[in-house]
Ligand binder design. Sequence first.
Ligand code: DC
Length: 228
Amino acid sequence: MAAASMAKVITIDGPVSSGKGTIARKVAQRLGWHLLDSGALYRLLGLHARNLGVSLDVPEGLVPLARELPCRFVEKNGELLIELDGVDVSDYLRTEEVGELASRVAVHQPVRDALLARQQGFAQSPGLIADGRDMGTVVFRAAPLKIYLTASPEERARRRYNQLKEKGFDANLAALVEDIRNRDERDMGRDVAPLKPAEDALVVDSTDMTIDAVLDRILSEAQQRNLV
Ligand code: DC
């Protein structure tokens, strides 16, 4: 974990649709730091396995795919494009359908181990914003600032609904609340790397906060800790 402990890392963990993706991207932009969207790796793996007809429930088949994931993260006009096997899957990756696949592959410890070094490799100078579920508890335990970002399930469903509609996908609010509760249960209740705040995490409940207010809170905390 040499690289991970040397570079400055701010971890942002939290449940699905807590806004951590948006916040992580904005913090990274403001600081000019690198960004790790660890959920995208699990989503890519779920999608890759499904495309190849590999079972999502058998870790032995998934581990080699996790080690050799044929993906690329390409920055284009300030946007992050994600390719799988040379195909742009950036938008499709964010769908509930692929989130479901990700959630299933993420429960296997050998799969998580296979993705660990790849994630830690993102910790490069001048710093890294790492977004996920176990960034502060497992992947970057020594991070000097750990944020646990949350919001009520109803508020998260509402945000997800707006996000999907904006992208032209069909969405049903009641179904999304249900889906979010199920995903929470699975992510928080699993034996392997369950979603929970790190002991030294700062918990930020964004239910009644604007994106800018959350951003300011994190940036001022980073300043207080002499990270910027
Ligand atoms: O953050 P996300 O919605 O893109 O994550 C997709 C799934 O991957 C989610 O069900 C939890 C899992 N995940 C994980 O187990 N560990 C991470 N660090 C990131 C995501």
